[in-house]
Design a protein around this ligand. Structure first.
Ligand SMILES: Cc1cc2nc3c(=O)[nH]c(=O)nc-3n(C[C@H](O)[C@H](O)[C@H](O)COP(=O)(O)O)c2cc1C
Length: 193
């Protein structure tokens, strides 16, 4: 009898393992939020590698992968970006920053979409690793593009889409509630009130 119950228990475990819906990815997406305050703790190399690998696994038009990633670990460079980007003063307190750039010669029509997909992957990876980050827009502001190109010594065809400061979060950071059913249109444009 004991063997029967053991076998039944094993079957139930296997069934629930195979058929249970894994909501971890959805929860990670729903928990992502912009984080602009960081502790002094450095981000470990393994985590940086995982973040960049996640970024580069993004989809891209015709699989051209027109991205280039600049990893910033030098505090002087972080501080220079803080001073010169009008909305990224907190970058100086981050452990690192990642600048997602597009090669406009490889994919003139789609580099922005491709690099945006890289960016979202990076933001989701940081969330899943207990880190905080925020997308600080660079392109299409001509001033910001040329400033970041100058600081990082980028060639003209390498266009910075954004700067993403990353660090261990400080203080309370909560995801915003954005779900809005009135923005969903079924089969054709309908106003759902
Ligand atoms: C294209 C783009 C540019 C952004 N630029 C900045 C920026 O320069 N500085 C900043 O602090 N946040 C910037 N953000 C972050 C937004 O402010 C943030 O995503 C928005 O307020 C929603 O908050 P959440 O990310 O916590 O959901 C940018 C976001 C996007 C998508």
């Amino acid at each position: 009898m004991n063997k029967f119950f053991l076998a039944l228990f094993a079957c139930l475990m296997i069934f629930s393992f195979v058929y249970a819906e894994d909501t971890a990815v959805i929860e990670n997406i729903l928990n992502r939020k912009s984080v602009r305050q960081y502790t002094t703790q450095d981000v470990e190399k393994e985590k940086i590698d995982a973040i960049i690998k996640s970024g580069m696994s993004a989809p891209s038009a015709v699989n051209l992968q027109p991205w280039e990633i600049v990893l910033i670990t030098d505090k002087k460079v972080l501080s220079e970006i803080s001073k010169k980007h009008p909305y990224a003063s907190f970058t100086k307190n981050a452990s690192i920053a990642i600048v997602v750039c597009g090669n406009s010669e490889i994919s003139p029509d789609y580099w922005i979409q491709d690099c945006s997909a890289v960016t979202e992957n990076i933001l989701l990876a940081t969330e899943s690793l207990g880190l905080g980050a925020v997308w600080c827009g660079v392109y299409p502001s001509p001033d910001r593009v040329s400033t970041i190109q100058q600081i990082l010594k980028l060639p003209k065809n390498i266009i910075p889409l954004n700067v993403i400061p990353i660090g261990y979060p400080k203080g309370e950071n909560l995801p915003k509630q954005k779900y809005n059913p009135s923005k969903i249109h079924i089969n054709s444009w309908t106003l759902n009130k």
